[in-house]
Ligand binder design. Structure first.
Ligand SMILES: Nc1ncnc2c1ncn2[C@@H]1O[C@H](COP(=O)(O)OP(=O)(O)OP(=O)(O)O)[C@@H](O)[C@H]1O
Length: 309
């Protein structure tokens, strides 16, 4: 079994509304996959189906090799951080984790190590009611990791975290991957997410727009690479004219560089020519970002889809 999660023609209806409408994809084991889509795309519905909290209306869903609906023992193998986790304010962080460890039949000896791992040791015995939003989110992550789950679902995990705490969270996500765990992580913060995921599932209005590794999605989209060149002093007008004659439009930027959109197919050839050009003193290449890919796919609420997964 190579997939932590696998679904085919998965559908969930609420009356006439299809919150998920015949989606098929998988989350490979040991990978970190971003679950992306605008509000109402169907992300939470998919997470609830994976957790076995709701039943599908149609299609097939396997989580760690089992159908999750009514599979109570499976829940112990899955960690879940909900989008806005609320906890018993009168318990301390340690008491809450002790209590949840008992419910999950996980070893209570993990509690101190988990509090340390999420940076809450100093506040472990304080009431959760006194925690900041970021501290509650870190406590939520600690409870998701109780029992060393094989699959971890994180719904908007960096909401309310400062940049340092977000980096810490992604460090833990990296450790989970290194340890062979699978992670499905929903987020709207594409630039923040991009360096930490192996691939993405992109939903729009209940349908799957695209799924796969970022490299595969980039190849599918065939978006141009952005090349920034710094011309030698006084060489800008002549260079713009020459590039335009060669079929490249060059936009001057406020920082004195020229921005070129270089088609993927001719990227290497163009780069060789640019590197050899005596009018150019510096050059940077930027691959399309996840945010550009997301826009190109038309994942926004109003846009039309360009790629069927
Ligand atoms: N229990 C429910 N009853 C009726 N409609 C629902 C229910 N749950 C979700 N929906 C609808 O299903 C669609 C998908 O909702 P879902 O919560 O899965 O979206 P989402 O991608 O998680 O959005 P967000 O980013 O806002 O959390 C929405 O149109 C939503 O209104």
């Amino acid at each position: 079994m190579n997939h932590a999660i696998e679904f085919e023609a998965l559908t969930k209806r609420y009356g006439a509304l299809a919150a998920l409408d015949g989606v098929s994809a998988c989350v490979p084991r040991g990978q970190v996959i971003g679950l992306l889509g605008h509000n109402g795309a169907g992300k939470s519905t998919l997470i609830k189906l994976i957790l076995g909290l709701i039943a599908p209306s149609g299609g097939r869903l396997e989580v760690l090799g089992q159908s999750p609906w009514r599979a109570h023992a499976l829940r112990r193998r899955i960690g879940y951080l909900p989008e806005s986790a609320t906890f018993y304010a009168s318990l301390s962080g340690r008491e809450l984790l002790d209590y949840l460890a008992r419910l999950k039949q996980a070893s209570r000896s993990q509690v101190s190590a988990l509090l340390e791992r999420v940076g809450l040791t100093h506040a472990a015995d304080r009431r959760i009611g006194t925690y900041s939003k970021g501290m509650r989110q870190r406590l939520g992550l600690a409870q998701a990791l109780l029992g060393s789950p094989e699959l971890v679902l994180l719904d908007e995990p960096t909401t309310g975290l400062d940049p340092q705490a977000s980096r810490e969270l992604y460090r833990i996500v990296g450790e989970l991957r290194a340890d062979g765990r699978s992670v499905l992580l929903s987020s709207h913060l594409l630039a923040e997410l991009e360096p930490h995921i192996d691939g993405a599932l992109i939903l729009r209005q209940g349908r799957l727009l695209a799924a796969g590794s970022l490299h595969t999605l980039g190849e599918q989209a065939a978006l141009p690479a952005q090349v920034l060149v710094r011309p030698r002093e006084q060489a800008m007008p002549e260079l713009i004219a020459r590039l335009e004659t060669g079929g490249l439009s060059a936009q001057p930027r406020p920082d004195g560089r020229l921005e070129l959109q270089v088609p993927r197919a001719s990227k290497l050839h163009m780069l060789r020519e640019l590197l050899a050009d005596p009018a150019i003193v510096d050059l940077d290449v930027r691959e399309p970002t996840l945010a550009q890919l997301y826009d190109w796919l038309g994942a926004g609420p109003q846009s039309g889809a360009k790629v069927a997964a």
